[in-house]
Write a protein that binds this ligand. Structure first.
Ligand SMILES: [Zn+2]
Length: 397
């Protein structure tokens, strides 16, 4: 059955966005304000949730979410007027999205945001291009309702010609402040390198997702996580065990919680950094990268008896790969999730239905071909991806 080509060539969007994350050094006054805005965002979210929840649980009806303007009029909530109104508007948008996703079964019930247990952050955005309320001038960031600009440490260059559309202010558990800036650019269509080559010249690779090593590629190689990251994982596990021996709610317990949160934040950065480098290298090196169209829900389930799902970088990695591919002219092909990548013999095409999940080696009952299971799966993904690509490839003149 010829599958529909799983890639999107026609993108009618005329703009594209690029995000940059920088550390910033707010002064004491600015820091106080930023904390207040984060607190206000959390407060409003929780308030919207409890109001919405009350009517939803009483009569099963999802009432329209009240606007921040309406909340500001409530007795005792006048203080919201002193907050960045765009920060509050973003909470409303996010909350509406969360209820929609819940009602359509895409996401779980919206959760209350607990102090310290949840990400300390708020988002604000550009409201007026003529007199910008949000602006980056050199390394100085102007934010709505914050006195004076916040100084950022620009460790990488920002692509010129963009408009700063929004900014998420993040206060990490280690006390550092980060500013994630999203710029909008006119879209530039980068031609796909594979489209310009003969089939035999296309540099292609297949990746089979692996829970422990991210993936195995069609050459049989795995990208190993950097040592510091692995060490950090061990350290987190060790500190977690220490926590489990402490008395819940005690001072030491609280201290240990903060300590673990800091380690998690560090590990998260290391992981993201690694995934960025890896996705960049693949998008640069290959014309075609073939991956499986995996259902994240299935991955989460598989992971649920091991590490938390958020620890597996596959989702993050493929998102990075998608947009970097657009930047460097690489084509990403997703093979159908029902394609028997790990059960098929890449030498004779026999589908070995009795292959068990515990069989790490594939021994073909028909032709005797022997290969490491994951390596063979990656080769099959490559071949299938190549087939799909050539089938749907634009005609060359
Ligand atoms: Zn075979």
């Amino acid at each position: 059955m010829p599958g529909k080509l799983p890639r999107q060539r026609e993108n009618t969007n005329t703009t594209e966005q690029r995000a940059y994350r920088f550390e910033g050094r707010p002064d004491a006054n600015q820091e106080q304000k930023l904390r207040q805005f984060i607190g206000a965002a959390r407060f409003l979210w929780n308030r919207m949730l409890s109001d919405w929840k009350a009517s939803y649980e009483a009569n099963g009806k999802s009432d329209p979410v009240k606007t921040p303007a309406a909340y500001k009029k409530e007795p005792g909530l006048e203080w919201l007027k002193d907050m960045d109104s765009l920060c509050l508007a973003n909470v409303q948008l996010r909350f509406i999205r969360a209820t929609k996703e819940f009602l359509t079964g895409k996401k779980d019930y919206p959760q209350f945001k607990k102090k310290h247990a949840c990400k300390d952050a708020y988002t604000t955005n550009l409201a007026n291009r003529e007199s910008p309320n949000l602006l980056l001038d050199g390394c100085l960031l102007k934010l709505p309702k914050i006195q004076g600009p916040v100084k950022l440490r620009l460790h990488r260059q920002i692509r010129a010609g963009g408009i700063l559309k929004n900014c998420t202010v993040i206060h990490e558990p280690n006390g550092k402040w980060y500013f994630s800036l999203v710029f909008e650019y006119p879209k530039v269509e980068i031609p796909k390198t594979a489209d310009e080559k003969d089939a035999s010249e296309i540099q292609a690779v297949g990746l089979d997702m692996s829970l422990s090593e991210l993936y195995v590629d069609s050459d049989g190689d795995t990208p190993s996580y950097p040592k510091p990251y692995r060490k950090m994982e061990e350290k987190i596990a060790q500190e977690q065990r220490r926590l489990s021996r402490m008395e819940r709610g005690s001072n030491n317990y609280k201290k240990q919680m903060i300590r673990i949160a800091k380690l998690h934040a560090k590990a998260k950065h290391q992981r993201a950094d690694f995934l960025h480098k890896l996705s960049y290298a693949l998008a640069k090196q290959y014309d075609l990268v073939c991956i499986e169209d995996l259902d994240m829900a299935v991955i989460k389930k598989a992971l649920s008896f091991g590490k938390p799902a958020s620890d597996n970088g596959w989702g993050m990695f493929t998102r990075m790969l998608d947009y970097k591919a657009d930047w460097y002219g690489c084509t990403i092909i997703r093979t159908n999730r029902w394609f028997p990548s790990s059960k098929m013999c890449c030498a004779c095409g026999h589908v070995h239905k009795e292959l068990k999940l515990s069989d790490r080696r594939y021994v073909c009952p028909k032709c005797g071909h022997v290969m490491a299971r994951d390596h063979q799966a990656a080769v099959n993904i490559l071949n299938e991806g190549m087939r799909l690509y050539l089938e749907g490839r634009p005609e060359t003149a």
